[in-house]
Design a protein around this ligand. Structure first.
Ligand code: MN
Length: 209
């Protein structure tokens, strides 16, 4: 499939707005997807509108080339391109709370690299709850398949040349404030029940090597 390029189009949610209840209510998800995410898409397109050479690049190409982009557009692409990338992966990494567990190669890698699912979850929770300010906590795989947890600030992405992101959790207040107010830890704990492990396992098996 050819990678999408400018003008980027907001992707619909891969489930209904009420599909993640009770973890995320429909109002939270509607604001998050229809307003916040959509704004990043619009602002990314606006930033690229005067740069025909950048309009041929995929989102990932833009994000791994930030240092080489024209200076006037670099920050806008970093913030809004990152915002698009991060939200698309976030929404696509969740599903109706079904109590699914990791399986297959990814489950084995979690045991190998973190000791156990329980230990992984504790570290992932620390990364998400402990992220100061707005940002994200990620589970990523390197080219050898080694897993690690990382945090990014604002709409920054990990090094996409070296790492394949498997999923991430949004800890900007807009992701949870309507439903959880300031209780980020409660949101993060509940979010674990939304992880789409089947898609994460597929991303792991298809990672760049
Ligand atoms: Mn968000």
């Amino acid at each position: 499939m050819k990678a999408e390029t400018y003008p980027f189009v907001a992707r619909p949610l891969p489930y209904e707005y009420d599909a993640l209840i009770p973890v995320l209510d429909a109002e939270t998800l509607t604001f998050h997807h229809d307003r916040h995410y959509k704004t990043y898409v619009d602002n990314l397109n606006a930033a690229l509108s005067d740069y025909p050479e950048l309009q041929k690049m995929s989102l990932k190409e833009l994000l791994i080339s930030l240092d080489r982009l024209p200076e006037p557009v670099r920050t806008a692409v970093k913030n809004n391109g990152g915002g698009v990338y991060n939200h698309e992966l976030y929404f696509d990494s969740m599903q109706s709370p079904a109590g699914q567990d990791p399986s297959g190669e990814l489950a084995e890698a979690i045991d190998r690299d973190f000791g156990s699912y329980r230990q992984w979850k504790e570290q992932m929770k620390q990364a998400a709850v402990g992220k100061f300010g707005s940002g994200w906590a990620w589970l990523v795989a390197d080219r050898e398949g080694k897993l690690s947890i990382c945090q990014t600030s604002n709409q920054d992405v990990p090094d996409l040349k070296e790492y394949t992101p498997l999923f991430l959790v949004d800890v900007w207040e807009h992701a949870y404030y309507l439903q959880y107010q300031n209780r980020r830890a409660d949101y993060v704990e509940a979010w674990f029940g939304l992880i789409n492990w089947r898609k994460a396992g597929k991303r792991y098996e298809e990672r760049a090597v």
